[in-house]
Design a protein around this ligand. Structure first.
Ligand SMILES: Nc1ncnc2c1ncn2[C@@H]1O[C@H](COP(=O)(O)OP(=O)(O)O)[C@@H](O)[C@H]1O
Ligand SMILES: [Mg+2]
Length: 333
């Protein structure tokens, strides 16, 4: 029975989750929904409550208030049923460094009740799928960071979960390994798995997720599709640095006029969110008209910090957790 009637499409549903650690609020009422067969991204900086949310949804931690269901099962009252549905990877992966990739997966498969030949087959299949066959018999301690993450992921897939939690699966990986991990996550969706993925990277959420909730100090400050979020934050950032620092004010004027958004300055650089890349030639033309030489002129993706600034009006790490009510419009997706 689904505890939230009329919402069968929701694989995960959390309502008003509150969690305090020794009086310090980690979650201040988190609501989220992951639709079956999609990827829900939980985007937020360090300390925003991502892992606490994942731990509650995986039954490892009880909420102080609120409730959550996974596959219709209540995470507090029906933890065994919930655990049967989920695979969990991230900081909890129980991979043993001294064992080989194969040995690790065999151990897990046997714990999950596979027969010996069944376990062998499953281990080989997963190692192959995650491009670890060549390293299958080496101890995990010899693996690179990217290989280790892939083994973590393989380990959480042994039991064929219908739901998978990926807690910052690419944090600390080099760009190449990150791309490999992204491909792996995309592959999971072809299997119909529902994924909850936490990340600090807007680009990662953009690449991999269908819906995003943005967490800040234990609260959902924004939610929507990646496109909706980027539209709210500006899709790109225009950054201009004049050769002469004294010309920064005039640069700010041009940037604001052309982008239509408020510019920020840092030492000698002006930047502003832009939604239309066609502003670039227009900026160049106006700078040229005014005889301003530039040391730098770039159009780049917004950082998470800039997204936060756009969504909240404050930088990600700038505000103590228990201050004022948020000064932004909260949307429900
Ligand atoms: N076991 C714990 N004991 C005390 N404080 C904790 C504990 N776990 C998390 N916190 C605090 O709760 C907040 C949210 O942490 P966390 O969920 O780990 O954030 P994230 O995963 O987004 O970095 C942080 O301020 C963190 O210090
Ligand atoms: Mg975390």
């Amino acid at each position: 029975m689904n505890a939230f009637e009329g919402d069968e499409a929701a694989a995960i549903r959390a309502d008003g989750l509150v969690k305090k650690f020794k009086g310090k609020t980690a979650l201040a009422g988190v609501d989220l929904t992951a639709r079956t067969g999609t990827v829900l991204g939980v985007l937020g900086p360090n300390g925003s409550g991502k892992t606490t949310t994942v731990r509650i949804l995986s039954t490892l931690l009880h909420p102080d208030e609120g409730r959550a269901t996974v596959g219709g099962y209540d995470v507090v009252r029906q933890p065994h049923q919930v655990r049967r549905l989920i695979g969990l990877t991230g900081q909890y992966a129980a991979v043993d460094d001294e064992l080989s990739g194969t040995q690790n997966l065999l151990l897990i498969a046997r714990l999950l009740g596979y027969t010996r030949p069944g376990a062998r087959r499953r281990a080989a299949e997963l190692l192959e799928r995650f491009a670890l066959s060549d390293a299958a018999d080496r101890p995990v301690k010899t693996y690179s960071g990217g290989m280790r993450r892939r083994l973590d992921l393989a380990a959480s897939l042994v039991g064929r979960p219908s739901l998978l939690y990926l807690d910052e699966p690419t944090t600390g990986l080099d760009p190449h390994s990150r791309n490999e991990m992204w491909d792996v996550v995309r592959g999971l969706l072809d299997d119909g798995v529902t994924v909850l993925l936490t990340t600090q990277y807007l680009e990662e959420a953009d690449q991999l997720t269908d819906d995003i909730v943005v967490l800040d100090h234990g609260k959902v400050i924004s939610r929507g599709s990646p496109d909706q979020l980027k539209a709210r934050a500006g899709t790109q950032v225009l950054q201009v640095q004049p050769v002469e620092p004294g010309e920064l004010d005039r640069v700010v004027g041009i940037v604001e006029l052309v982008s239509g958004s408020e510019a920020r300055t840092s030492s000698s650089t002006a930047s502003a969110a832009v939604t239309d890349p066609a502003v670039l030639p227009e900026v160049v033309r106006r700078l040229d008209d005014q005889g301003i030489s530039v040391a730098e002129l770039t159009l780049r993706k917004p950082s998470l910090d800039e997204v936060f600034l756009a969504l909240t009006g404050h930088p990600a790490d700038d505000v103590p957790s228990d201050t004022t009510a948020p000064a932004f419009e909260r949307t429900h997706g």
